[in-house]
Design a binder for this molecule. Structure first.
Ligand code: ZN
Length: 200
């Protein structure tokens, strides 16, 4: 009789053990999926596998991911070439790696834009879009990983003749944008890739 109850107890124990081993990791991964970066790394400076510096330390919320999307404003693309990280105007932006500035000017849909070509990864270029028109770097300037190279720009800009990018009231915007944020594009051999692949 005692042996029978022992067997039942052991069976129940084993079932619980199996359930906890199988399902706890699954539940954990479901709960962290989607806002992985925000939850795991907020207020930390992110470093990638390559040692790439996170371009906007302290800001890890991504309002628009890389790839297909519904266009947030007229003239913004339905295939998003990068990631959007909201931050207030004048938030500091840093070089993700050593490199050379190849562009620091008005870049149409990207608004005021800084492009960094990486020294140690010559096939990779990094674009910082919707930045401040008060540029901190100029073309052909060498910069170091973690160096301040730009600031988040204003939503509205007034220095561009015939700026086609406007909000609903016709006010000229800093490229195709609905508010202050960093748009980060990383290109490999001229083709945009998901920037987050470097930060997982
Ligand atoms: Zn964007």
């Amino acid at each position: 009789m005692l042996n029978f109850f022992n067997k039942i107890f052991l069976s129940i124990f084993l079932v619980f053990l199996i359930i906890s081993i199988l399902f706890v990791p699954i539940l954990y991964s479901i709960s962290s999926e989607g806002n992985f970066y925000q939850d795991e790394y907020s207020d930390e400076i992110l470093l990638s596998n390559n040692g790439f510096f996170w371009p906007i330390p302290g800001y890890t919320h991504i309002s628009s991911y890389f790839g297909k999307r519904v266009s947030p404003t007229s003239m913004a693309s339905t295939y998003h070439s990068g990631i959007d990280i909201p931050a207030s105007q004048n938030t500091n932006l840093y070089a993700i790696e050593d490199g050379i500035i190849t562009f620091a000017s008005w870049g149409a849909g990207g608004g005021y834009t800084v492009v960094l070509k990486l020294t140690n990864y010559p096939n990779i270029s990094v674009s910082y879009c919707h930045v401040s028109p008060i540029f901190l770097v100029k073309r052909n300037q060498e910069v170091k990983r973690g160096e301040l190279i730009a600031k988040v720009g204003p939503k509205y800009v007034y220095g561009i003749n015939n700026n086609p990018y406007k909000d609903a009231n016709g006010k000229p915007t800093n490229g195709a944008t609905t508010g202050c944020h960093l748009h980060l594009t990383i290109k490999e051999n001229g083709v945009a890739v998901n920037p987050l692949k470097y930060y997982r």
